[in-house]
Design a protein. Structure first.
Length: 258
């Protein structure tokens, strides 16, 4: 696999991951999945990075699913290993906010990648779908679960059972994406939102993401207890005191992430 199949660069405090396989609409084979995993792990472990954007090369596709030639060779034992599930669970559980900048087709595993991110910004020309049923399989990297939690079981079943594509406006209407922008504004918008995020306390971001993610899967009393504990931790932090002091002094805060 060429070294630049997954490109990584920095913009201020934001890491930008680009899937660079435009000749196959950025479809992911196993090597590309592993390189994507490495990129997220690298940026996740970099203390200089406070937010991560993932997108696709070119203007045709974000990630147009899995490489079907690779899927044709996969056997039952390899599938049972659930490698792609593990990779996207790692993306979901990164302690830094992630943004999917969906610049074209986000199909199958590509949509699952977007679903594992915290925020989804969509080009007005994009098409999205869980299309696995069209080739005799189901979404296997978390799509059946994340899509259902995001848009509800009825709409998730419709999309998964039919394998149809929806456009960006429909995706926004059902809550699949946060916002739709023109293609030329996509990355600027993603970077603008990332900039708003990276101006905040890294410690608050980390705890807020943890409490939101874990709180969705438990009953309200437990979720509120997690929120309370997160807030208690923050009340002993430098960033809490700095944020309040800066506000009272009418200046920009200087958060340290501690």
């Amino acid at each position: 696999m060429p070294d630049n199949v997954i490109d990584v660069k920095m913009s201020n405090k934001t890491g930008i991951i680009t899937v660079n396989r435009p000749e196959v609409r950025n479809a992911l084979d196993r090597e590309a999945w592993l390189a994507l995993d490495n990129a997220f792990r690298m940026l996740g472990g970099d203390p200089e990075v406070q937010a991560i954007i993932v997108t696709g090369a070119g203007d045709k596709a974000f990630v147009a699913g899995a490489d079907l030639n690779a899927l044709k060779e996969r056997d039952m034992v390899e599938t049972l290993g659930a490698e792609n599930q593990r990779i996207l669970l790692g993306v979901e559980n990164l302690d830094k906010p992630t943004i999917a900048a969906i610049n074209g087709f986000a199909l199958g595993g590509g949509l699952e990648l977007a679903l594992a991110c915290d925020i989804r910004i969509c080009s007005s020309t994009a098409k999205l779908g869980q299309t696995e049923i069209n080739v005799g399989i189901l979404p296997g990297a978390g799509g059946t679960q994340r899509l259902t939690r995001l848009v509800g079981p009825g709409k998730a079943k419709e999309l998964i059972f039919t394998g149809k594509l929806i456009d960006a406006r429909e995706a926004e209407k059902i809550g699949l994406v946060n916002m739709v922008v023109s293609p030329e504004k996509l990355m600027d918008t993603a970077l603008e939102i990332a900039g708003q995020i990276t101006a905040k306390s890294p410690l608050v971001l980390r705890l807020a993401k943890l409490v939101i993610n874990k709180g969705c899967d438990v009953e309200m009393d437990t979720a509120l207890a997690m929120e309370r504990l997160g807030q208690t931790v923050l009340f002993s932090s430098h960033d809490r005191m700095e944020g309040i002091t800066a506000f009272l002094e009418k200046r920009a805060p200087e958060f340290k992430g501690r």
